[in-house]
Design a protein around this ligand. Structure first.
Ligand SMILES: [Zn+2]
Length: 718
């Protein structure tokens, strides 16, 4: 995937090795477990990892069969993480008749004995509904549509460097054949900004679009280059900037090659003495010193904290290019070249090269994300992708413990920006654009703004609420719900995020499912009834995602955190239905298809489970029913539920319908004409059934073309 992801900050200073946190950031002594080393994962040798990958590849056909995938689908082993106890998490990408499936990735969780215990899907189940791999639309027409529809760049055009690739787009319920185009035009990253546009290969509709090298923006000036120790290699009678201790990472001088090909004019740095740079841009080596130092620190952070050996956990270093392009106020990781590019800055920031410590940590972490969850760089998953880079960029800054650039939860604070930073994690909205609290807007804003929700969660989980000075800068944990609590410390919070990222997130993960992933990771690391998991839930609630779990106290026998009560009882007093909010899965319901789901591809009204009915785009019917419902004998009993309808249809004609049947009689009908942006509460009068025991059925029906999705949640009779 040709994805570039960016950020920036300024320049590193004096070297002090060590992993100790700064005293000002140490925090909240919770009397509970230490973090298992490596976030619970074993250190793997290059050969051991290759053997695990080979085994995963060998297992792939059997796994595909066991998971119920179709005959046209293949699993491609991508990554394996092995627990300290031998259990393993195997990440696969998917192809459909040889085409890459966007949103086809999944993680198979295997117990110690090798049995599959569960699967984390980006797209639930088999790829169904793709009518062949022959596009109706020509590649040329798709490119034209991409040029016409591009929102992020002006005068978009395709050049011979850009791509138009046929893929299966499985981010929605019904996968479709699509073209992935890249277009170039004037945008945030200069005259040659690039944007990816996904075009439906049948209808020509634009499915998604996102920038591939977003801006860092801002103004500033000043240069700060300090004395650092470097790992270099001897070459003949001289030296090169090849770091043999860190995957043989080589830093090259790009000699102002274009962003699209930083290697074009590149040369290795080499010289007869082993002394590099002069702390000023008058030496081309100075920026290279920064990059070499920052990438080595980032490597050491992942290795010593998570047992991760390089971006892809294979021991290989990614090459880095400094002096890329001209007047480039940007830095980015590009997975297609497995390389990092650093610009020299522009007059806007006093031509400071973008080679600082937290830039290196941020960009290299984009590589780790690409090698693991591979979060799509648009919508909520794009915000999570950016947040992951800010979180680990910040952790690298703490890890390096560099007196000239102490750890803090500000991003780009050394850039001398107008307001002193690019982003801050304790109070994201302070920059005027970032989101501090989750809302339905999260999927619509720039990924560098929606990252605020994840950054804010991380800060609150690590440090808690209230004012502190960290790294010499003022911080203030500002919860969205007025709560007040202490954090679990940044090391535990980072272990939770890393484990969630590498084990329970996929390309389509949303904020709601990221919450679920971190709660699972915290349960794995510290226990289901741990204070750590409780604080994680409070930190999410403090950014307006979900409600906090019950406080487990010091006890390990606390009640289940499920808000829904006992598995067989009624979840809500006054509700005659069993499991009306679906939080116990299918309990109490009969369904003709697997409609009851906690898939992250749609949003529940409450909790994490809901019923996803229809959405096929072809003739189909489904039912969801519950029998033996005791309608109250007094008052005006009614059925209430929350309904969200999204459709490809248009106009007032009801083509696709959802009926509410009681004892076989249709009491209400909803259709594509009831489409709404969010959930709407529906009420159906049950007075005629007072005191009776009835059967309730939701019955969906779709016509031959254009899909309509009916989401049902929080159903109640009372
Ligand atoms: Zn970034």
């Amino acid at each position: 995937m040709n994805r570039k992801t960016a950020l920036a900050a300024a320049v590193a200073a004096a070297l002090t090795l060590g992993t100790a946190a700064l005293a000002t950031s140490q925090n909240v002594a919770l009397a509970s477990a230490a973090t298992p080393s490596g976030a619970g994962f074993q250190a793997m040798s290059t050969m051991g990892r290759q053997a695990a990958l080979d085994q995963a590849a060998k297992d792939a056909p059997a796994v595909a069969k066991q998971l119920g995938l179709g005959p046209d689908e293949r699993l491609v082993a991508k990554d394996v993480l092995v627990e300290n106890d031998g259990a393993r998490h195997v990440r696969y990408d998917r192809t459909y008749r040889g085409l890459p499936v966007v949103g086809g990735d999944l993680v198979v969780h295997r117990a110690r004995n090798g049995a599959i215990s569960s699967t984390t899907w980006a797209h639930d189940g088999a790829i169904k509904g793709v009518a062949g791999v022959t596009p109706k639309l020509s590649a040329q027409d798709a490119s034209k549509t991409a040029e016409r529809s591009a929102k992020h760049v002006k005068q978009a055009r395709t050049t011979n460097l850009d791509t138009s690739q046929l893929v299966v787009w499985a981010v929605g319920k019904v996968p479709v054949l699509a073209y992935r185009n890249t277009v170039t035009g004037a945008g945030d990253a200069g005259a040659n900004s690039r944007e990816a546009v996904l075009v439906d290969a049948a209808s020509g509709a634009v499915l998604d679009q996102y920038e591939v090298n977003p801006e860092i923006g801002g103004t500033g000036n000043g240069v700060n280059v300090g004395q650092v120790a470097l790992e270099t290699s001897q070459s003949g009678s001289g030296y090169t900037l090849t770091d043999a201790l860190h995957g043989s990472t080589v830093v090259y001088d790009s000699y102002n090659s274009p962003q699209s090909n930083p290697a074009q004019n590149a040369r290795a740095f080499s010289k007869s003495t082993n002394s590099w740079g002069n702390g000023s841009t008058s030496s081309r080596e100075s920026a290279a010193v920064d990059a070499s130092y920052g990438l080595a620190k980032t490597w050491d952070f992942y290795k010593n904290t998570f047992n991760r050996s390089g971006i892809r956990n294979d021991g290989r270093g990614a090459p880095a290019y400094v002096h890329v392009d001209n007047q480039l106020l940007n830095a980015f990781y590009d997975d297609s070249c497995f390389c990092m590019s650093f610009g020299d800055g522009s007059s806007q920031n006093g031509n400071i090269p973008l080679t600082a410590l937290d830039v290196s940590g941020h960009e290299m972490s984009h590589g780790v994300t690409a090698a693991t969850a591979n979060l799509n760089y648009s919508g909520e998953s794009g915000g999570l992708n950016e947040a992951t880079s800010d979180i680990f960029g910040t952790m690298v800054e703490f890890y390096a413990n560099n007196a000239g650039d102490p750890g803090d939860y500000y991003i780009g604070e050394k850039l001398n920006m107008g307001n002193g930073y690019l982003r801050r994690m304790d109070n994201p909205a302070a920059d005027g654009s970032s989101l501090s609290c989750y809302s339905s807007r999260a999927g619509q804003v720039d990924v560098h703004y929606s990252s605020g929700i994840g950054n804010h969660f991380f800060y609150l989980a690590a440090e808690g609420t209230g004012a502190k000075t960290i790294g010499g800068l003022p911080h203030n944990g500002t919860p969205c719900n007025g709560d007040s609590f202490g954090g679990i410390g940044k090391d535990k919070a980072a272990a939770v995020w890393y484990r969630a990222l590498t084990t329970y997130m996929t390309s389509t993960t949303t904020y709601s499912s990221a919450r679920t992933a971190t709660l699972q990771a915290a349960a794995d690391l510290y226990g289901a009834n741990s204070q750590e998991r409780y604080i994680v839930s409070k930190a999410w609630a403090a950014v307006s995602l979900g409600t906090a779990l019950p406080d487990p106290g010091g006890s390990t026998s606390s009640p289940s955190p499920s808000p829904s009560g006992s598995p067989t009882g009624n979840p809500n007093p006054g509700n005659a239905l069993t499991n009306g909010d679906f939080e116990q899965g299918a309990t109490g319901w009969t369904q003709s298809a697997n409609d009851i789901t906690n898939s992250n591809q749609q949003t529940p009204h409450g909790g994490s489970w809901y019923a996803w009915m229809m959405g096929y785009g072809s003739a189909a019917s489904e039912t969801l029913a519950q029998n033996n419902i005791a309608v109250p004998a007094a008052g005006s009993p009614k059925l209430t539920f929350w309904l969200k309808v999204t459709t490809q249809e248009s106009g007032p004609t009801a083509y696709d319908t959802l009926k509410v049947n009681v004892n076989g009689t249709t009491l209400a009908t909803y259709s594509n004409a009831n489409a709404s942006a969010g959930y709407v509460q529906k009420t159906v009068d049950l007075s005629a059934y007072r005191g009776q025991t009835v059967n309730l059925q939701f019955a969906g029906q779709e016509d031959a073309s254009l899909s309509t999705v009916f989401l049902v949640d929080d159903v109640s009779v009372g």
